[in-house]
Design a protein around this ligand. Structure first.
Ligand code: HDE
Length: 716
């Protein structure tokens, strides 16, 4: 077979062919067609499976075509002036293919660039009905959702396990339009006013001269900002806690942060704080693990979420509200509800569960779904409204603006992932990337040409979004334009103290170590000293530890910070036991290990919901046994616990065991594998070490797994 290029004759070209090295290469045949060309299955609000709208389908038929549908014979060879000649400008397929490729990237999000997402469903239990008329919160309502988790500071290619806040953004495709709850895994924010957002982000992002460090807060500009803008101290101490290094997206709480306003059928209003509670508990990796994972598996959280969903371990979160009275001063027990650097302790206002979300389907295309999803706190539904929190007010402007620049125009709501599942009848027309073919001649209201349609709810009837009438600015400042903020916003330390003093000793230890590490990376002496001053205002013992690590004197507190009543609800380390769903347990074997013993360990782990990984001297098979990791590819940091079935004196295995021990993981040594304890320098009597026969060892490890870590190993 000859290629098309053979028939091209260039005037003046030598008549004879150049010496042939090879036969000309052939066009590839078509790949087998996809078994199913339909859009991804989704759920309707009633829970009935359906398919995404037809125009979400990207590829049809078997044949390779251009974007215009022209069938192609060859996509592997450019059109050339002779087999060894230059490529011709007339190759329209080459130009279309390369031009499209050149434009494959869109601007990454300025913050929250790195993310992972999943589809799911939300089911309401009706407990919110007294407070809101939102249809998706009515008893039994089932609503499709799409959730995107993210880190804040890093670029799209940065590591998942860096110390940072995590985004937790949920899109509810409700029967009344899209509702977006764009939250984080930490219940407070760095700043009180949106006008400072560019400043805190400039400070957190890499330094503008060298563009380092990537995805880190351990650098001068970050600590410069938070020590100067002391309102950031509360969020910063949460970042320094283990909340800043989650074990998994599946094991994170989520918070709406701002106070929102609910409106019920009668028009009565209530202030609320939104909470997501993971059914798997809230857990973290250790700081050393976080750093190791950033090198060994930078996609750790992304992989964990996708693997768990694919394996059928569908993560669930209960959705809750703290119900707060909508009083004129908008405070609760002295806490200013418009200040996003403050929490309301759950001991003062319990979280009432109003529904549950299950994530049960991975995206089928990262770009189309996870990258192009566009959240906006202004995507509201009847029954949920905003408050005058100055941070939220700025966000109401920012998100629409960012989507226009990121997604190239005002029609981003037409992208399949952003498209409402409710009817749309807007009067928005034209613009970049318009994909709707609007009919009618009168996109204005009222009109007498298109039958008057569309009709506002006051004409058509039915529920609609109605802004809650609110006094502006409060009594004192209602009649003047001002850049002032309430005096209550000046308390920057009491809740940072509340957080620190509420935690368990091991959690406090990790906070002290995190500050020592991060400030240890700061070059400017004045910044370290200023931050120590802030720590002195939060807690003397915390400040003394960090000062000692930095080799600096301990400053005295500069402010009178009120004493606080601890809030045990803030702890991650509790006596509670959590499901082992999707937890990975390594089983270390060698060529001699009895396959039946391995099978029974695997079975027991599977039965508990955990994922066993057989770790052997080499990959492939070990007799009948399928090996998941070799000693070469296995790493302690992807395991939540280890069962050792063979006395393997391999340095890589011994290192794995030492690390697992250091990271407070349960380890079981079956039979003569216990000989490894001495080689790995682990005391047989250390907490969380189980020895005995394989069945008993597995049972012992499974008994420890629901506590997440063997905390007793840490010397506090
Ligand atoms: Fe965002 N934020 N933000 N933010 N934010 C964005 O929107 C912004 C804030 C949050 O997975 C951007 O689409 C301003 C608080 C999440 O797609 C941008 C302010 C909270 C995500 C933006 C804040 C968040 C974003 C960047 C201060 C927790 C990722 C790309 C007033 C309640 C959503 C984009 C996703 C993303 C602006 C503060 C959460 C630029 C101006 C507070 C989870 O519009």
């Amino acid at each position: 077979m000859t290629s098309d290029a053979d028939s091209i004759k260039i005037p003046g070209a030598p008549a004879s062919e150049p010496p042939s090295f090879d036969e000309p290469s052939e066009a590839r045949g078509p790949l087998p067609s996809k078994p199913d060309q339909s859009g991804p299955a989704t759920f309707t609000p009633t829970g009935v499976a359906t398919t995404a709208p037809q125009d979400a389908v990207a590829q049809q038929g078997e044949r390779l075509t251009t974007a215009q549908g022209l069938p192609l014979r060859d996509t592997d060879h450019s059109l050339k002036a002779g087999r060894r000649g230059p490529v011709l400008l007339q190759d329209h397929h080459l130009r279309e293919k390369i031009t499209h490729f050149d434009h494959e990237r869109i601007p990454e999000r300025v913050v929250h660039a790195r993310g992972a997402a999943a589809h799911g469903r939300f089911e309401a239990n009706g407990e919110a009905e007294p407070y809101t008329r939102a249809a998706f919160l009515k008893a039994g309502a089932v609503t499709e959702t799409f959730v995107r988790f993210s880190t804040v500071l890093g670029s799209r290619g940065s590591a998942d396990t860096v110390r940072d806040t995590r985004g937790f953004a949920t899109k509810f495709y409700t029967s009344e339009g899209v509702y977006d709850l764009v939250g984080n895994n930490i219940p407070v924010f760095f700043i009180q006013d949106a006008i400072k957002f560019p400043d805190i982000i400039h400070a957190g992002k890499p330094h503008p001269d060298r563009e380092i460090p990537q995805a880190q807060s351990a650098h001068d500009t970050f600590w410069d900002f938070v020590s100067l803008h002391t309102e950031a101290q509360h969020h910063t101490i949460w970042n320094m806690s283990d909340r800043g290094i989650p074990r998994s997206y599946r094991m994170m709480q989520g918070f709406g942060i701002h106070t929102f306003r609910l409106v019920n059928e009668e028009g009565a209003t209530t202030l609320v704080k939104f909470h997501w509670r993971p059914r798997l508990g809230t857990h973290a990796v250790t700081w050393e693990e976080a750093q190791l994972i950033a090198g060994k598996d930078p996609d750790f959280h992304r992989r964990d979420l996708a693997d768990a969903i694919e394996a059928g371990a569908h993560p669930q979160w209960d959705f809750g509200i703290q119900v707060l009275p909508d009083t004129e001063d908008q405070t609760f027990h002295g806490i200013d509800l418009l200040d996003p650097t403050k929490i309301v302790p759950e001991e003062l206002a319990p979280v009432r569960i109003v529904g549950t979300m299950t994530l049960d389907r991975n995206p089928s295309n990262y770009f189309a779904e996870t990258e192009q999803v566009a959240f906006h706190p202004g995507h509201l539904v009847p029954g949920i409204d905003v408050t005058s929190d100055p941070l939220l007010q700025g966000r109401l402007f920012s998100y629409l603006d960012t989507q226009i620049s990121r997604l190239g125009g005002p029609n981003f709501a037409q992208l399949p992932i952003n498209r409402p599942h409710a009817e749309i009848n807007d009067m928005l027309r034209d613009g970049m990337h318009q994909t709707a073919v609007h009919s009618g001649v009168a996109p204005y209201h009222p009109n007498s040409l298109d039958g008057g349609c569309p009709f506002p709810a006051m004409v058509a009837g039915g529920d609609a979004f109605v802004d809650v009438p609110q006094p502006i600015g409060g009594e004192a400042t209602g009649d003047i334009v001002t850049r002032e903020q309430p005096a209550s916003f000046d308390d920057h330390f009491s809740q940072a103290r509340l957080f620190y003093r509420s935690l368990m000793p091991v959690e406090q230890l990790h906070i002290r170590q995190a500050y020592a590490f991060e400030l240890g990376k700061v070059y400017e002496q004045a910044i370290k000293e200023r931050q120590l001053q802030c720590l002195a205002n939060i807690d003397g013992e915390l400040c003394a530890f960090v000062a000692d690590q930095l080799g600096l004197p301990v400053p005295a507190a500069s402010e009178e910070v009120p004493e606080v009543e601890p809030s045990p609800a803030l702890r991650m380390v509790t006596a509670e036991r959590w499901p082992a769903d999707g937890r990975q347990v390594g089983i270390i074997v060698d060529d001699e290990t009895d396959a039946a013993a391995v099978a029974s360990v695997q079975e027991a782990l599977h039965a508990a919901g955990a994922t066993p990984l057989v770790i052997a001297p080499h990959g492939g098979k070990l007799g009948e046994l399928t090996v998941q990791r070799s000693f070469h590819t296995a790493t302690s940091v992807e395991l939540d616990a280890v069962v050792v079935l063979a006395p393997v004196v391999d340095p890589r295995v011994l290192e794995l065991l030492r690390e697992a021990f250091r990271h407070d993981k349960a380890i079981g040594f079956a039979g003569d594998a216990a000989a490894l304890l001495a080689d790995a320098a682990i005391a047989p009597t250390a907490p969380g070490i189980v020895t005995g026969e394989p069945a008993a060892v597995t049972a012992g490890v499974l008994e420890l797994l629901p506590s997440h870590r063997v905390w007793e190993r840490e010397e506090v």
